[in-house]
Design a binder for this molecule. Structure first.
Ligand SMILES: O=C(O)c1cc(=O)[nH]c(=O)n1[C@@H]1O[C@H](COP(=O)(O)O)[C@@H](O)[C@H]1O
Length: 308
């Protein structure tokens, strides 16, 4: 089961974190952009090349200490099909380096359309008898708002191709409470109802560590809900974004973990990618600055889990 691979990586590296690869040109050091523009012009192609070079530097610097990456599709779509090629190349490169790849697409639609998303991101498509894995990620973030028939096609592909999903439950943004905290019949908030649906969907993808292949996204900015959901959803692994740039800290995420120190992977994107700016070090050292930040994050979270 796919999330077993993520958990194995986490155990081996003793690090329950994921590096978000959300590259914008503004974040990328000038020397990388200049070289890409020289080779490909000041074009979408040039921008896409800069993204890929930047990502590869980060992956090289992080792959021995960080178990996973999470490229967010929007930052690649922004640069057209050239950007989407950089997404595919980033996924391939990270997987070659042994990292688990969570493609952050937040996809959702009716069943037939979800089949297409599932094939694109988690499975294969056939062209005249030849099979291709278009993007080839290990897991995909999805929105479960359309209910079971929107999720079932993903579960089918996850089973066949050993991939997984993370379903939005309680998102990190300030307005997430407007809908997600609404109490529905029986008095349960929507995020808990969604979490319980993940538990149910996950029965189809059991894993050897007790967590299923259907994870839930719960923001680091909501420590109370993280701890509540950890108790309520014993088989659901959490993807926890909102650490760092959005204000979440190690103490906030400690409640996401079980008594074995498993159960969640915490994402940081901007705080890692832009660590060199905060440190004020040479742009050429951006990847090493990200590594230093990743080590700080790992150690802070380990200390917070130990003190619970
Ligand atoms: O699914 C996600 O990853 C996600 C869910 C959520 O509730 N909040 C959230 O910030 N994210 C993503 O996590 C990343 C957070 O980035 P930073 O705030 O820069 O660390 C972005 O890629 C967001 O799109």
């Amino acid at each position: 089961m796919a999330l077993d691979r993520l958990i194995k990586n986490i155990l081996e590296k003793k690090n329950p974190t994921v590096a978000g690869l959300d590259p914008k040109l503004d974040y990328i050091p000038d020397y990388i952009k200049e070289q890409a523009f020289q080779e490909h012009g000041c074009t979408l192609e040039g921008a896409a090349q800069a993204l890929l070079t930047f990502n590869k530097g980060l992956i090289d610097a992080l792959c021995d200490i960080v178990p996973a990456v999470k490229p967010q599709c929007a930052y690649y779509e922004m640069y057209g099909w050239q950007g989407m090629r950089a997404l595919k190349d980033t996924i391939t490169y990270a997987r070659e380096k042994g990292m688990f790849v969570i493609t952050d697409g937040k996809r959702n639609d009716i069943g037939s359309t979800m089949e297409a998303y599932a094939a694109a991101h988690l499975g294969e498509i056939q062209v005249a008898g030849e099979r291709f894995a278009p993007f080839g990620g290990d897991a995909l973030t999805v929105n479960g708002y359309l209910g079971t028939d929107g999720i079932a096609p993903l579960l089918k592909v996850c089973k066949e191709k050993d991939t997984g999903i993370f379903v939005l439950a309680k998102t990190s943004n300030p307005s997430s409470s407007e809908l997600q905290n609404q109490e529905v019949q029986g008095g349960e908030p929507v995020y808990l109802v969604m979490g319980k649906m993940c538990e149910e969907w996950g029965k189809e993808l059991p894993g050897k560590y007790g967590y299923s292949g259907v994870g839930a996204v719960v923001g680091a900015t909501w420590p109370e809900q993280l701890a509540e959901l950890r108790k309520e959803l014993p088989h659901t692994f959490f993807l926890v974004p909102g650490y760092g740039a959005q204000g979440g800290g190690a103490k906030d995420v400690a409640g996401a973990f079980d008594e074995k120190g498993l159960g969640a992977v915490v994402n940081s994107s901007r705080a890692l990618m832009c660590a060199y700016k905060k440190e004020g070090c040479r742009p050429e050292d951006y990847a090493m600055a990200a590594r230093r930040e990743a080590i700080r994050m790992r150690d802070d979270i380990a200390a917070a889990i130990a003190s619970v």
